[in-house]
Design a protein around this ligand. Structure first.
Ligand SMILES: Nc1ncnc2c1ncn2[C@@H]1O[C@H](COP(=O)(O)OP(=O)(O)O)[C@@H](O)[C@H]1O
Ligand SMILES: [Mg+2]
Length: 301
């Protein structure tokens, strides 16, 4: 059976501006299960936003398909909520109206009071309450605006939430608070989340699985790293887990070295480029009592 979200042989080429072609990625193939929190990690320019825009239905790939819940993705839909780095709020509407706007479109049968109540609830979940919800986006701080865009996306109950570096512009403290809120809301709704970041610690804190992308052109989703740290996770406790540094080192190694070594390797058209599954679990005891090194098991599926 197909996974909830199935990315099948996705290829994206752009004109390179010099009469030739830039192949961002080729035949990328991977899946995301329902309720999973998947983070994609890779250097700037490897094609993360391009993948996200295709998943959102905002751009068409050169070839390949995306299937969500048995249906091919064509054009944007309220079933897929998107949060960008630059918030993309409607500046002429109040904070509250930025949220009710989509809710009313999603639930035409609801009364105005029901729509407002629902929006207020989601704004409350991200810590926006009282007079502040009647302010325009220009009267809010960057962190508050980002909370509005997260509340807006979640309030629509999309089947899939797409987050493109949503916390990139925030200071560390605000970022931490919003990460916690995101985890709380996600935990309570069983939505599927696909998120882009270049922050390794953010990725480990949030993800069930991290997809590692090599540098472009001809970028590949080379690995799918399972985050073998139980939930609920808190940023202060996960660093004490025996798997934390083993996973972190693996990710640092990949971004620092292997993303470049593996870059630009064309695997030949027609092949299906699937990521290798990597599971790092130090908690699993080995037969040899002398051997307490991390077990690194890589399997190809
Ligand atoms: N519309 C476009 N036309 C031409 N090139 C593009 C377009 N969009 C993205 N690119 C190129 O595709 C590559 C991947 O871009 P992007 O997906 O934004 O990377 P990332 O989000 O990983 O930083 C970059 O080299 C970028 O310049
Ligand atoms: Mg990007």
């Amino acid at each position: 059976m197909k996974p909830f979200l199935s990315i099948e042989k996705l290829t994206q080429r752009f004109p390179d501006g010099q009469g030739g072609q830039l192949t961002v990625f080729e035949d990328a193939t991977f899946g995301v299960e329902k309720g999973e929190f998947v983070v994609i990690l890779g250097h700037s320019g490897c094609g993360k936003s391009t993948i996200m825009n295709i998943l959102a239905g905002l751009a068409d790939p050169t070839s390949g398909v995306v299937v969500m819940d048995g249906q091919e993705v064509r054009g944007p839909s309220l079933d897929r909520g998107v949060v960008f780095q630059n918030y993309s709020l409607l500046p002429w509407l109040s904070t509250l109206k930025n949220v009710t706007f989509g809710v009313a479109a999603r639930h035409p049968e609801w009364t105005k009071a029901q729509v407002t109540e629902h929006a207020v609830k989601y704004l409350g979940m991200v810590g926006l309450e009282g007079d502040v919800i009647h302010r325009k986006p220009s009267q809010l701080s960057g962190g508050m605006r980002q909370r509005v865009s997260i509340a807006r996306a979640f309030a629509n109950h999309p089947k899939l939430l797409l987050l493109d570096e949503p916390f990139g512009a925030l200071d560390a403290l605000t970022r931490g608070t919003i990460q916690d809120e995101l985890l709380k809301i996600w935990g309570g709704t069983e939505q599927t989340v696909f998120m882009i970041t270049h922050d390794i610690d953010e990725a480990i804190l949030l993800a069930d699985r991290i997809l590692l992308m090599t540098n472009g052109p001809f970028a590949r989703v080379a690995e799918s790293v399972e985050i073998t740290i139980p939930r609920p996770r808190s940023r202060t406790e996960i660093v004490e887990h025996p798997n934390y540094y083993a996973i972190r080192n693996h990710l640092v190694q990949f971004l620092g070295r292997r993303s470049k070594e593996l870059a630009g390797q064309q695997t030949g058209t027609g092949e299906t480029n699937r990521p290798e599954t990597v599971r790092i679990d130090k908690a699993v005891p080995t037969d040899d009592p002398e051997d307490r090194r991390p077990t690194l098991r890589a399997v190809t599926n």
